[in-house]
Design a protein around this ligand. Structure first.
Ligand code: NAD
Ligand code: IPM
Ligand code: MN
Length: 356
């Protein structure tokens, strides 16, 4: 019992539509005696365009004092001349991930019963697809370590240098192995490109072997990123826990979402396993400017992300009740019910399943 402080950042586009649905479900799923004290933050494109502020230090300081963060999506309208690319992505989303040390970007990928996958029956063969991507969240090519010379000239040179520290790689590997220990298949696949990115590759490879030595019961596999894309579309059952760097993990998880029923279902947690700062939960998808403001977005990914939030805060039963409610709703969808529902109607239906 007690109250949990939740920082809520709906953000932009469909983030503003799916976040209220996640909150709706969170409210009814909260365990008896647990109250959410919400603080809303209007960070995102609108605030930036109006004030030039992306994430003021004082706001970051306030957000830090919460137990968890629920985020919708960030990103303004494409090609807005007043909104240079990356301003919000780097200045808001990545800054939160870096400053709050979200080194485990957790992205579960599962084909729920009844959900249509674009993969054929010949591929699926009635077998479960259920894996989790542990994407490193604070390093790789995302750190902003690079620059540009002679911009706009034919001699322009631009670099984005991937940062891979032994500290950063080892800690995410340890987390991934620990997660593999808790899963029935007990398998971990390192995905990288050690045949070309030999410097980064060697630290990932070596530390994987070192940590593996402490986990003799885990089956360890390795795949190059390009081949992993083949296996993910022709034999996704072979994956259990995938561990990979920040950029590979970004790309893999959109494909993983696509094969498991679509981006509208893909949830994620930006987790600080050491709990030195609040973790942040958000759908894998972005602000979807193409459908924003029309109540067309599927809020399920945001709702499942709220489930991950509850689990992280030590309420696995409440988290499971959200997952069950989503499963029931997906079963209704498979039966052809509730087609063409508005965002809020899907949220209502799932919330009703939780309380019912
Ligand atoms: P996107 O994920 O926003 O959209 C990709 C496609 O998926 C679009 O066709 C969209 O309509 C569809 N889609 C996404 N979510 C959906 C949902 N819940 N229900 C139904 N359809 C859905 O990716 P994008 O178009 O590449 O990016 C748009 C903006 O979002 C960019 O500014 C990008 O930087 C940003 N972005 C933010 C995040 C984040 O906040 N975590 C993630 C990805 C992209
Ligand atoms: C995601 C997004 C972000 C990422 C962008 C918007 C910075 O694509 O959460 O997957 O690349 O991590
Ligand atoms: Mn992405």
């Amino acid at each position: 019992t007690g109250s949990l402080k939740l920082a809520v950042i709906p953000g932009d586009g469909i983030g503003q539509e799916v976040t209220p649905e996640a909150l709706k479900v969170l409210e009814v799923a909260a365990p008896a005696g647990v109250k959410f004290e919400q603080t809303g933050y209007d960070l995102g494109a609108e605030r930036y365009l109006a004030t030039g502020e992306v994430l003021p230090d004082a706001v970051l300081g306030e957000i830090r004092e919460h137990d968890a963060i629920l985020l919708g999506a960030v990103g303004g309208k494409p090609n807005d001349p007043n909104l240079p690319p990356g301003i919000l992505e780097r200045g808001l989303l990545l800054r939160l991930r870096f400053e709050l040390d979200h080194y485990v970007n957790l992205r579960p990928s599962r084909i729920y019963p009844g959900v249509a996958s674009p993969l054929s029956e010949a591929v699926l063969q009635g077998q479960e697809v259920d894996f989790v991507v542990v994407r490193e969240g604070t390093e790789g090519p995302y750190t902003g370590n690079g620059g540009a010379l002679r911009v706009g000239t034919p001699a322009e040179v631009a670099t984005e240098v991937s940062v891979n520290t032994a500290f950063g790689v080892e800690r995410v590997l340890r987390d991934a192995f620990a997660r593999a220990e808790l899963r029935p298949a007990k398998k971990l696949t390192l995905v990288h490109k050690t045949n070309v990115l030999v410097n980064a590759g060697s630290v990932w490879w070596r530390l994987t072997q070192e940590v593996a030595a402490e986990h003799p019961d885990i089956t360890v596999d390795y795949m190059h990123i390009d081949a992993a894309m083949i296996h993910m579309t022709t034999n996704p059952q072979r994956f259990d826990v995938i561990v990979t760097d920040n950029l590979f993990g970004d790309i893999i998880t959109d494909l993983a979402a696509a094969i498991t029923g679509g981006i509208g279902l893909a949830a994620s947690g930006n987790v600080n396993p050491d709990r030195t700062a609040p973790s942040m939960f958000e759908p894998v998808h972005g602000s979807a400017p193409d459908i924003a403001g029309q109540q067309k977005a599927d809020p399920t990914a945001a709702i499942l992300s709220a489930g991950l939030l509850l689990d992280h805060l030590g309420h696995p039963e409440a988290a499971a009740s959200i997952e069950r409610a989503v499963l029931a709703d997906l079963t209704d969808r498979a039966a052809g019910q509730g087609a063409a529902r508005r965002t809020a109607e899907i949220g209502d239906a799932i919330a009703a399943r939780v309380s019912g």
